[in-house]
Design a protein around this ligand. Structure first.
Ligand code: GLN
Length: 468
């Protein structure tokens, strides 16, 4: 714990943490040590330093979403995932930096400033930078971490903790993990509770896990997975332990390579690493086969409509009354709402609220929102079809290129850049509608003792709307 805390201080310039909870961590470490010395039973994560993205509620610790809107907000409760980590003896090192309300894929867009990729300071990159840079300034041209969980990825990558929580709505855990050279796991929707994760897109958000190796990710997933009565979309079935076999035999695996993912924007470096990985599997006896996810090209636009629509509705809770920022001026309620939201949100968030409200206007609803729901169904079906054809896993790149220098990242229109970067990760977040409806239906049935057949019909009705 002390070593991690000292590394947090030494790597402060990375801007990975918004809050460092030093006292909390040291106290937890002390308690963990006592348990150990007394021979008490230990939790799965006893004494393990872990960081948490600053969009998960932490009891008594500021939770900002890197936004002026929530600056100074101290939640009175822990998100279920945070509580589960603590129950297993984990040490909470602090809250990590992100794009405001997790909207972005660079970790450059929060009020606390951009996160720097620890690999920018590797010997290899420093030498490359010296050769290419005309500027004398050593600190220019550092690499972005990707995002929006860039703080968590940098925190793990810089050895300041052993695991971190991120969130993943369209790639926000996988993208920064890829850019920072750590493991990023987005669990299936419904496997891990969203209670206490401040929502971006409720129907796609999933708490994510960042670790240094796959075994660690499996351990953390084992701690987090399972039903939560406070999140009705979590699965009811008991979760099997996630233990990895010591030797993995891939010879019976069928690995699908989606042909639509070979886009012109894919960098040659990532493309060659992708082939290298496929060849590795093949040489170990796996069957590698080309598959098709035909609706991939619609996924960015479809995500945009659904994401902004849910954002418009979600962000309505930030009205200056219940929590967070309230404007100073003594004005009418309506003007207070407007001023509070103008001051509280950055232009990315405001832009999404505006787009979303446009898509949800009565005259646009059918043309945009309902159409996007139908396209979402087609995208989900692409995955179902591939997996029904005998494919066990898909092997895809995570990002279009390696991490780019900050100066390059901010040159382009950030929102367009964000959108393009998520092409390989976003679609799968949308492929959850069936399961989501089913779990809600099952939960509902339990609550009200409603005969399931009626719910099934209700659901089939909803689904047929999507299908048509
Ligand atoms: N980059 C995507 C967005 O900005 C995804 C973000 C996320 O997964 N939280 O919406």
């Amino acid at each position: 714990c002390q070593r991690c805390l000292s590394l947090i201080k030494k790597t402060k310039f990375l801007n990975a943490y918004i809050t460092v909870s030093e006292e909390v961590a040291l106290k937890q470490a002390e308690e963990s040590e006592k348990r150990y010395k007394k021979g008490h039973s230990l939790g799965d994560l006893d004494g393990i330093p872990i960081a948490v993205k600053d969009n998960f509620s932490t009891s008594g610790i500021e939770t900002t979403c890197a936004s002026n809107m929530l600056k100074g907000y101290v939640p009175p409760y822990n998100a279920t995932v945070v509580q589960k980590l603590l129950d297993q003896g984990a040490l909470l090192m602090g809250k990590t930096n992100l794009d405001e309300f997790a909207m972005g894929s660079g970790s450059t867009d929060g009020i606390f400033g951009p996160v720097k990729n620890p690999w920018s300071y590797s010997k290899q990159y420093r030498e490359k930078r010296k050769q290419n840079s005309h500027s004398e300034n050593e600190d220019s041209n550092w690499l972005i971490t990707g995002g929006s969980s860039g703080g968590s990825a940098a925190a793990v990558s810089a050895f300041t903790c052993f695991a971190a929580l991120g969130s993943d709505t369209g790639g926000s855990t996988r993208n920064p993990a890829a850019h920072c050279g750590v493991v990023g796991l987005k669990p299936s929707y419904g496997l891990v509770s969203r209670h206490g994760l401040i929502p971006l897109v409720n129907s796609m958000d999933v708490p994510g896990i960042l670790t240094r190796c796959v075994d660690d990710a499996a351990t953390v997933l084992g701690v987090l997975a399972g039903h939560d009565p406070k999140d009705s979309t979590t699965i009811q079935d008991p979760v099997k332990p996630f233990t990895l076999p010591s030797l993995t035999d891939v010879s019976k695996l069928c690995i699908g390579i989606p042909k639509e993912y070979l886009t012109p924007e894919l960098s040659s470096e990532v493309q060659s690493l992708w082939s290298k990985a496929a060849n590795l599997f093949e040489s170990e006896g796996a069957k590698v086969t080309e598959v098709s996810l035909p609706h991939t090209s619609y996924s960015i636009v479809c995500y945009h409509v659904l994401c902004t629509s849910e954002v418009a509705s979600n962000m309505a809770r930030f009205d200056g009354l219940e929590y967070g920022h309230r404007c100073d001026s003594d004005v009418s309620t309506e003007a207070m709402y407007a001023a509070t939201r103008r001051e509280g949100f950055n232009d990315v968030v405001r832009g999404r609220i505006l787009s979303g409200n446009f898509f949800l206007l009565k005259e646009n609803y059918e043309n945009y929102f309902v159409k996007a729901q139908k396209v979402r169904r087609l995208i989900a079906n692409d995955f179902v079809n591939v997996f029904n054809s005998g494919v066990d896993v898909l092997l895809t790149p995570t990002t279009l290129s390696e991490a780019v220098p900050y100066t390059e990242f901010i040159k382009e229109d950030n929102r367009t850049r964000s959108a393009q970067d998520d092409i390989f990760t976003q679609a799968v977040n949308m492929a959850v509608c069936d399961q989501q409806l089913l779990t809600v239906a099952k939960w509902f049935e339990k609550q009200v003792q409603f005969p399931v057949i009626q719910l099934q019909e209700l659901m089939d009705d909803c689904l047929s709307v999507f299908e048509n």
